[in-house]
Design a protein around this ligand. Structure first.
Ligand code: ATP
Ligand code: MG
Length: 283
């Protein structure tokens, strides 16, 4: 049995449960109640914890793997392995100061006081930059610290920056970026085999999210050029249409190149372009 620690509630919770669902892992209670749930169709037990406790729990062997933000792993300074980046809960951890304060480079932080919930990450950063600054640890509402005279600056999580703005702050230095990751430790063979199966499923789900299935019609003389733009996994399928000289091309394209590809395809004479989500994808 593989024991997975996930966040009980908060920003990681919903995406984590959806990922398990997309991986075909069904929790006995739907993940809705209690602190422990067993999957009824995969040898997995899920522990619901505060995200701060997940690294320790894995380190101590109570869980085999966990899903948590990279920032929490760094903050807790546990020697864990990042197994797979999961692409959600993307954010950055930045230093922010009041709007009218001028900070242009890390050295300008010298002598300031900085409030944060992530003292270890900040300490490591300041040390690397050779900066002496005092750190105030505060567990929440970090953004109000400069306004109430608690600190000159803050070091906190930023995603859109709107919270900073509404507190009269501006982001001046990005210290790290973070996203949710699957993290773990060395495991005995039997558990490692289960972990490999779990990771295989995660990869199939993530690949599918990043790609789209595309169908389009094109005249025979355009086939060569069009198939070069959408080469697909091995090569596209080309199926003759009932109308003489016309073909339907089926392929896979990456979400990242999507708009650019569609424009090119139109210019090249593709018609009736359909783009469909993929549920799972195994290369
Ligand atoms: P817990 O109660 O489990 O301790 P928490 O309050 O510490 O939860 P959340 O606010 O739920 O944490 O955030 C969990 C993780 O999501 C953070 O550690 C970070 O990696 C990421 N995160 C936090 N804020 C944002 C945001 N605004 N946008 C995107 N990701 C974020
Ligand atoms: Mg937390």
């Amino acid at each position: 049995m593989l024991t997975l620690a996930i966040q009980k509630k908060g920003r990681l919770h919903d995406n984590t449960l959806s990922l398990l669902k997309d991986c075909g892992i069904r929790l006995s209670n739907g993940g809705k109640e209690g602190l422990i749930a067993d999957a009824d169709n995969f040898p997995m037990r899920v522990l619901f914890l505060r995200d701060d406790d997940i690294p320790e729990c894995i380190n101590e062997g109570a869980a085999d793997v966990g899903i948590v933000g990279e920032n929490v792993i760094l903050e807790k300074k546990k020697d864990l392995k990042i197994i797979k980046k999961l692409g959600f809960a993307r954010c950055r951890l930045s230093i922010a100061v009041p709007k009218n304060m001028s900070i242009e480079k890390p050295a300008d932080l010298q002598g300031l006081s900085i409030a944060t919930s992530y003292p270890e990450i900040l300490k490591t950063y300041l040390k690397k930059q050779n900066i002496n600054a005092s750190i105030y640890e505060i567990s929440g509402s970090v953004e109000i610290s400069p306004g109430i005279g608690l600190a000159d600056a803050i070091f906190d999580i930023v995603s859109s920056g709107s919270t900073l703005l509404s507190n009269g702050l501006k982001e001046v230095i990005t210290v790290m970026t973070s996203e949710a990751v699957l993290v773990g430790r060395d495991l005995p063979l039997e558990k490692q085999t289960l972990l490999d199966q779990f990771v295989f499923r995660i990869k199939a789900v993530r690949e599918a999210e990043r790609n789209k299935y595309i169908l389009l019609n094109a005249p025979k003389e355009k086939l060569d050029k069009i198939t070069k733009i959408i080469p697909g996994m091995k090569s596209p399928s080309i199926i003759p249409l009932a109308r003489e000289g016309w073909y339907s091309i089926h392929s896979v394209i990456s979400e990242d190149d999507f708009w650019e590809n569609i424009e090119q395809l139109k210019i090249m004479g593709a018609e009736g372009i359909l783009v469909i989500p993929i549920e799972k994808m195994v290369r």
